[in-house]
Ligand binder design. Structure first.
Ligand SMILES: Nc1ncnc2c1ncn2[C@@H]1O[C@H](COP(=O)(O)OP(=O)(O)O)[C@@H](O)[C@H]1O
Ligand SMILES: [Mg+2]
Length: 247
């Protein structure tokens, strides 16, 4: 069964072109109209996510992976095309998207947990497990504003891992935390997969994609250039990278 259909999705951003390096240039620049150029982050991307699969999304930095995930989760609207979701999609929310830096970890878990569809009772029951998973019990009552970026990422992963209903969406997952945290993520990931959950995983690391995904897509400049078994996609990705270096 198809859980998510992404149909001809395009997204562009407007990027300021005028560089202002000094304060003087900046002040004079304010008198001039600002110039922007259009950056096509995604260009007519189509694919399907099937029930129970682990789908990897690969591509170099800036190829559009995170933008694609945000559109898929409904955080950004696409300019063109559409996304059809037939299941609950749980993203890892970045700091800034929904989190409140003036509240402590416990209150933020209530906030984000309810955004992700958990009831207050469910959140209360999972609180110790979530803080323990993130290794943040000691900092439970510290304002998020005083968290390091590593601490807030661990909290974001811990909430999403506990809140997932059908589809879990992970962006560069094994890039945060120390070895112990990564190990816990890996175990939780394997449990979720074994329970039949669907997982979408963005990574630029070929080993992560081959060991955690069945199938993968390769994005380049906002387009899907290849789709197939994870190993083939990872090999192709590595060969395009080395080709670029030797050019
Ligand atoms: N909110 C935004 N505003 C302007 N440009 C953006 C925004 N988000 C992403 N981009 C640009 O879109 C391109 C794709 O970004 P992204 O999806 O983050 O790539 P990836 O995750 O593959 O590294 C990049 O050039 C990035 O600078
Ligand atoms: Mg990214």
């Amino acid at each position: 069964m198809t859980l998510i259909t992404v149909d001809a999705v395009s997204k562009a951003f407007w990027i300021p072109t005028v560089r202002r390096d000094t304060i003087r240039e900046h002040l004079f620049g304010m008198l001039q109209p600002r110039r922007f150029h259009r950056l096509q982050a995604l260009d007519s991307v189509s694919f399907e996510v099937r029930d129970g699969e682990t789908l990897g999304i690969m591509g170099r930095n800036g190829s559009g992976k995170s933008t694609l995930l945000k559109i898929l989760c409904g955080i950004y609207p696409p300019d063109r095309g559409r996304v059809e979701r037939r299941a609950a999609v749980t993203p890892i929310l970045d700091l800034g998207v929904g989190w409140n830096p003036e509240l402590d970890a416990v209150d933020n878990v209530f906030l984000i947990g309810s955004v992700m569809g958990l009831s207050l009772g469910e959140i209360r029951r999972s609180m110790d497990a979530i803080l323990g998973f993130a290794e943040l019990q000691e900092f439970a009552n510290l304002k998020l504003a005083h968290y390091s970026s590593g601490m807030s990422s661990r909290l974001a992963y811990a909430v999403a891992f506990h809140a997932v209903r059908d589809v879990l969406v992970l962006d560069e997952i094994f890039a945060v935390g120390d070895a112990g945290f990564r190990q816990r993520c890996e175990e939780r990931y394997r449990d979720l997969h074994a329970q039949g959950h669907t997982v979408l995983l963005v990574s630029h690391d070929p080993r992560t994609v081959t060991s955690f995904c069945d199938r993968a897509l390769l994005l380049d400049h906002g387009r899907i250039v290849m789709e197939g078994p994870a190993r083939e996609i990872a090999d192709r990705y590595v060969s395009t990278l080395t080709k670029r270096i030797s050019d």
